[in-house]
Design a protein. Structure first.
Length: 154
C-alpha cells in the first residue's frame, strides 16, 4: 500500500544578509513600518477581544476560510499558516469546535486527514471581525508612500 504524506512545513529561514548598509532613510522607513504594523496588531487584539475571541482564534478561522483554492484546511496546513506546532493547533481547533465556530470532517480523498471547516456561527463572527480588520488595514496601508528611487519597500 502506498502512503502519501503531507508536505513538510517550510523551514524557518535565517535572515538574509543585506546588499548594502542601511542608511538613515532606510531606518526611518523600517521604523515607520514596524510602528504601523504594531498599531495594526494592537488594533487587531482589541477588536478580537471586543468580539469575544483571541487574536489566535481569529487568525485560525481566517486561515480556514482563506486557504487558497478551497474553504477548509487541514491541521498541518493551519500549523504552517500560523507558524505553530501541530499539537498547539489541535488544542486551538478543539477550543473553537467546543465554541461552535469550527467543525471537523473526515478527509474527502484520504480518511486519515481531517478537514477543518467553519460553521455558521464562526462565519458570522469572522465576517464581523474581518470587516473591521480590512478597514484598519486600508488605513494602515494608506499611510505608506512609495519607496524612494533606488530603494525597496521596508
Amino acid at each position: 500500500m502506498i502512503q502519501t504524506r503531507m508536505p513538510p512545513r517550510t523551514p524557518r529561514r535565517s535572515p538574509a544578509t543585506p546588499s548594502a548598509a542601511p542608511g538613515k532613510h532606510d531606518y526611518e522607513r523600517l521604523s515607520d513600518f514596524r510602528h504601523r504594523l504594531r498599531q495594526f496588531l494592537r488594533a487587531s487584539e482589541l477588536t478580537c477581544r471586543a468580539h469575544g475571541l483571541t487574536a489566535l482564534q481569529y487568525q485560525l478561522m481566517l486561515h480556514v476560510v482563506g486557504f487558497p483554492g478551497r474553504s477548509w484546511a487541514t491541521i498541518g496546513e493551519l500549523a504552517e499558516r500560523l507558524q505553530a506546532q501541530h499539537h498547539g493547533v489541535v488544542a486551538l481547533v478543539d477550543r473553537c469546535v467546543a465554541l461552535g465556530w469550527l467543525a471537523r470532517h473526515p478527509g474527502r480523498e484520504d480518511g486519515r486527514v481531517v478537514e477543518i471547516h467553519l460553521r455558521p456561527k464562526g462565519e458570522r463572527l469572522l465576517a464581523q471581525v474581518a470587516g473591521l480588520h480590512r478597514d484598519e488595514l486600508h488605513r494602515l496601508l494608506g499611510g505608506f508612500s512609495p519607496a524612494a528611487p533606488g530603494r525597496g519597500a521596508p
